[in-house]
Structure formats: structure tokens, C-alpha cells
Design a protein around this ligand. Structure first.
Ligand SMILES: C[S@@+](CC[C@H](N)C(=O)[O-])C[C@H]1O[C@@H](n2cnc3c(N)ncnc32)[C@H](O)[C@@H]1O
Length: 294
């Protein structure tokens, strides 16, 4: 299965890539947005693309082989944007696109436990070479730390109940699989508090994934460094997938002296896009313009 880029035409319309321009894709994934930028900026536009998942990089590089001379893949966290561009000898760029979160490859095929459907190892690292797995967090963090993760990163109101049962249960059981975590959450949350429209474990999975990958810290670092890497009038497009991310983006765009928000309300996917790409359901696109001397 391929990953369909979300709100891609909308982002390209803002970026207006030109031949000779240099663009950053902070989330290469399977290469959907990069491919469109490379095609639109032919024959001489460049894309510098960050991706910390080696398998995603392998797949994207195969897909984008026809553009190899114009694509530079940076196998690092996008939080290193400023330092990585400096190492490449690149000063300011003509546009940045960030398509945050997971790719459909990671969710559906990586077998790293991102989904509460099925039964997979409780890993959740997008870069499998770094950091602690979700299973390690569940077995090592205190009850309070776990509750805070579920509450703040999942906006889960039953956070304390779930954390308490994890800590009680882990004395006799190591959490190794997603199915074990799902059944614990089902048990911890009384039936009357099960949400009507989403699976009862949805928020716990989101929260753990954000914690394992330090997603909000990385996003804050990106929002802080991106404006200084943009040329005057260049666009910064950010696609977010849940309210915690969108709130940070909105605040950063409104509060940065060198950014002018171009989207008062975020753009969302059209009915036509949703019909072919359900992942676009929660996507929000915000765009800001670099304004020098403000
Ligand atoms: C939504 S996907 C991008 C999909 C891509 N736009 C496409 O159309 O194929 C997000 C990708 O960003 C990567 N990613 C997430 N956070 C990252 C970070 N801090 N540094 C580098 N890559 C990151 C993930 O591994 C994932 O492959």
C-alpha cells in the first residue's frame, strides 16, 4: 500500500515551487510531498528531506530515484533542521513543508505496535535505533508519570485509572504486545466511560507514541528554528493530525515576529480527498509567510 500525501495540492499551491529553488520536506515518509515539489520545481529545484525511519527512507529513495540528483535525504530528527542545513552549506531556503506524524507504512506494515488493532510488539519508535520503546516506558515509569502522559498527550480523562492498573499489573506481567495493552485499557475503563465514536484505547496509543518519539518537543524545536531558515516571503506549511500539534502550530505562527499566518483557520481535506484517503480526516494545514524586519 502506498501513502497518499495529504492536502498536497493545497501545500504546493502555497509553496509555488520554482526551478532553482531549495525546499525542505521535514517528513519525507514515503516521499509523496517531496515528489510533488521535485516535479513542480523541475529542472533545477532541490529538496532536502528529513526522515528518521530507515525503512521509510529506503522506500522513498526507491520511489524518488528519478529525481536522485535533486534530492538530499537527511537521516535525522527534523529538530536538527538548522544544524543539518548548515552542515550542507545551505543558508535560507525557499519553502518548508512539515507533514507530521506517522505514515501509513508505519501504521499498517511496520509491525512496531502503532495500532491498537491486531497484535504487535509494543515498540512505537519511528526511529527504531533510538530511545525507549512503549513497552519499556510502561514497565519503568512511575504511576504519576504514566498518568501525566495519558492525560497531557492523549487528553485521556481516565488517565489515573489506566496508570494505576498498569502499575498494579506489571508486578506480575511484562507488557510486550499491543493486545495486552488494549485488554488492560478495556479493563481499567468502566464501560460507561468508553467513548462512543473511537476505540477505548485510541488516546492511550496516541499518548504513548507521542511520548516515545518526543513528538511535541521535536515540533517545538522545528517551529522555533524554521522561521530563521526561510527567505523573505518563503512559505512554511505544517500539516498536523491532532489538536495538541495544531495548537502549538497556531500559537507559534501567531506569536513569531517574522511570520505572518496566511490561514486564519486551518485548511482541511475536501470530501473528494476524504473519499480516497481516510488518513486525511484529522489533517489540518496551516501556512505562514516569512516577513523580514518585523
Ligand atoms: C505523515 S508521514 C510523511 C508522509 C509523506 N509526506 C508522504 O507523502 O509520503 C511522517 C513521516 O515523518 C517521519 N518523522 C516524524 N517525526 C520525525 C522527526 N522528528 N524527524 C524526522 N522524521 C520524522 C516519520 O517517520 C514518517 O515517516
Amino acid at each position: 500500500m502506498t501513502h497518499l500525501p495529504v492536502l498536497a495540492q493545497e501545500a504546493i499551491d502555497f509553496l509555488q515551487p520554482v526551478s532553482g529553488g531549495v525546499y525542505v520536506d521535514t517528513n519525507l515518509g514515503l516521499g509523496g510531498h517531496s515528489e510533488l515539489i521535485l516535479a513542480a520545481s523541475a529542472p533545477a529545484g532541490r529538496v532536502i528531506a528529513f526522515e528518521w525511519d530507515p525503512e521509510a527512507r529506503r522506500r522513498a529513495e526507491a520511489r524518488l530515484a528519478p529525481f536522485a540528483g535533486r534530492l538530499t535525504v537527511v537521516p535525522r530528527n527534523f529538530a536538527t533542521l538548522a544544524a543539518s542545513l548548515a552542515e550542507l552549506g545551505i543558508g535560507e531556503v525557499d519553502g518548508i513543508v512539515a507533514d507530521l506524524g506517522l505514515s501509513s507504512y508505519q501504521l499498517d506494515e511496520s509491525r512496531r505496535g502503532f495500532s491498537f488493532r491486531g497484535d504487535e510488539p509494543l515498540d512505537m519508535r519511528m526511529d527504531p535505533g533510538q530511545g525507549r520503546t512503549a513497552g519499556e516506558l510502561l514497565s519503568r515509569l512511575s504511576e504519576e508519570e504514566l498518568a501525566d502522559i495519558f492525560f497531557y498527550f492523549g487528553e485521556e480523562r481516565q488517565a489515573r485509572r489506566i496508570a494505576a492498573l498498569i502499575v498494579a499489573r506489571r508486578k506480575t506481567q511484562a507488557f510486550k504486545s499491543t493486545a495486552e495493552l488494549v485488554s488492560l485499557v478495556e479493563e481499567a475503563v468502566p464501560r460507561r466511560f468508553h467513548p462512543p465514536r473511537i476505540h477505548v484505547a485510541t488516546k492511550v496509543f496516541q499518548a504513548l507514541r507521542i511520548a516515545v518519539n518526543h513528538e511535541l518537543d521535536n515540533l517545538l524545536a522545528l517551529l522555533e528554528s524554521a522561521p530563521q531558515m526561510l527567505k523573505n516571503d518563503a512559505k512554511f506549511c505544517v500539516l498536523s493530525f491532532h489538536s495538541l500539534e495544531d495548537r502549538l502550530v497556531k500559537r507559534a505562527f501567531a506569536g513569531h515576529p517574522a511570520l505572518e499566518p496566511l490561514t486564519r483557520r486551518p485548511l482541511v481535506a475536501s470530501a473528494a480527498e476524504l473519499a480516497v484517503n481516510p488518513r486525511a480526516r484529522s489533517a489540518k494545514l496551516r501556512v505562514a509567510r516569512k516577513v523580514e524586519g518585523r
